[in-house]
Design a protein around this ligand. Structure first.
Ligand code: CAA
Length: 283
């Protein structure tokens, strides 16, 4: 399928709303679903707020905002996804939930519609195997915040057809994103590299090599990262960082991927980073 006009986004949280935001500004019609209509509406309200801020700053035309908001339709449930030609699922990293969403979509979407998951760590091949059209299934890993980050990591499962990859790359390009292609192995490419770096920063703190402030200042100013690794971990969520390290450790079986005990302890304390008000830094 080449001419995609209607995209379905499942999940209206931070990632889903960000994807809807970029898709609508890129000229697509967007159907936005969450557990219920109210949550989908709330996701759209968040998009409106962020777009309004961009208009205030003079970075977005008011007319472009109006057209984009007009293009986003919150729907009651997945039954409303019938017109979607490409669906991007961006719900929590819960495999059973993701699988059940794609099973439901199998009964709703046209046979030639493409399905993508925004997972950062669940095997694409395994989710695809539970769908009716595994050749039309792919991973589309957007980075947070979606409207700002230029990358989409595209992950091909064992069953993904070359045509599905081509259409996905074209879609991401129309959304103004650059794509890289990764094989369906634990952590894909980005988190395979990023998470061990973050985990190593936590080890440096754990072993008393430097303070959290100095680790972040060092990496920010010394290696030109926009945020130091501990600040980035707080931004991503320490529970998410731990879960991805566990995927790397279990899937690759090498002790170099073992999660730092301090990371685990922070998660046990409920110090999850920015979203809980405290992580390696306080907010
Ligand atoms: N939605 C839309 N726009 C946003 C935004 C959001 N949630 N957050 C920030 N922005 C915009 C701001 O409006 C601002 O726009 P303008 O330049 O047009 O004014 C711009 O981003 C910069 O924001 P700020 O000035 O507030 O702050 P900053 O300069 O410190 O940048 C940042 C913030 C973009 C988040 C920057 O610190 C950064 O790039 N950090 C690294 C982010 C990163 O690495 N993300 C990937 C995480 S890993 C991941 O997502 C994958 C995974 O699986 C774990």
């Amino acid at each position: 399928m080449s001419d995609i006009e209607v995209i379905g986004v499942v999940g209206a949280g931070q990632m889903g709303a960000g994807i809807a935001h970029v898709a609508a500004l890129s000229g697509f019609k967007v159907l936005l679903a969450d557990a219920d209509r109210a949550r989908a509406e709330k996701g759209k309200a968040g998009v409106q707020k962020r777009m309004a801020r961009a208009v205030e700053k003079g970075k977005l035309e008011a007319s472009a905002m109006e057209a984009a908001l007009e293009a986003i339709t919150p729907v009651d449930g997945l039954g409303g996804f019938r017109p979607a030609q490409f669906v991007i699922e961006a719900v929590n990293e819960n495999e059973a939930l993701k699988t059940s969403i794609f099973e439901t979509l199998d009964g709703v979407l046209a046979a030639d519609a493409l399905r993508a998951t925004n997972t950062s760590s669940i095997p694409i091949t395994r989710i695809a195997a539970k769908t009716k059209h595994p050749e039309r299934f792919i991973g589309m890993h957007f980075m947070n915040p979606v409207p700002v980050m230029e990358l989409v990591e595209v992950i091909t499962g064992l069953q993904t057809a070359p045509e599905t990859l081509k259409t996905t790359q074209a879609l991401a390009a129309k959304m103004g994103k650059t794509t890289i292609i990764a094989r369906d192995m634990p952590g894909f490419a980005i988190n395979r590299i990023l998470m061990p770096m973050i985990n190593e920063a936590v080890y440096a703190l754990y072993e008393g090599i430097a303070s959290a402030e100095d680790i972040d200042t060092g990496m920010k100013l010394g290696t030109n990262q926009p945020m130091g690794p501990l600040t980035l971990a707080d931004f991503i969520g320490l529970d998410t960082c731990l879960a991805i390290m566990e995927v790397l450790h279990a899937g690759l079986g090498d002790t170099k991927y073992r999660p730092c005990p301090l990371l685990r302890q922070y998660v046990e304390a409920g110090w999850l980073g920015r979203k809980s008000g405290r992580g390696f830094h306080t907010y």
